[in-house]
Design a protein around this ligand. Structure first.
Ligand SMILES: [Zn+2]
Length: 96
């Protein structure tokens, strides 16, 4: 595997594996742009990332109590995420 750092990308159209050297690379078999696949995967990744952010949507028709409760939930969640991030950071820094 020495020197083989090129990304292998599978053509979305014909299924041929291509080495991706630049974003403008085309499939060596059917000449379809290979970026289509990576863009699709980028969207998937973005969606997975967003699924972590479980913000409660506050509707205008919610009662004051409901709106306050949701706001508190969002705030608590943010603090909780910050604490988790802090502990992850501590874990990586390690003792000493
Ligand atoms: Zn192809």
């Amino acid at each position: 595997m020495m020197g083989n750092t090129a990304t292998q990308v599978r053509c979305h159209t014909c299924g041929t594996w291509n080495e991706l050297h630049s974003e403008a690379d085309l499939c060596k078999s059917c000449h379809d742009p290979l970026r289509k696949v990576s863009e699709h995967e980028e969207q998937n990744r973005e969606m997975r990332r967003r699924s972590w952010e479980i913000d409660v949507i506050i509707h205008p028709e919610d009662s004051l109590l409901m709106r306050t409760g949701k706001k508190i939930f969002n705030a608590v969640q943010m603090v909780f995420m910050a604490i988790v991030a802090f502990f992850i950071w501590l874990f990586f820094i390690g003792p000493g």
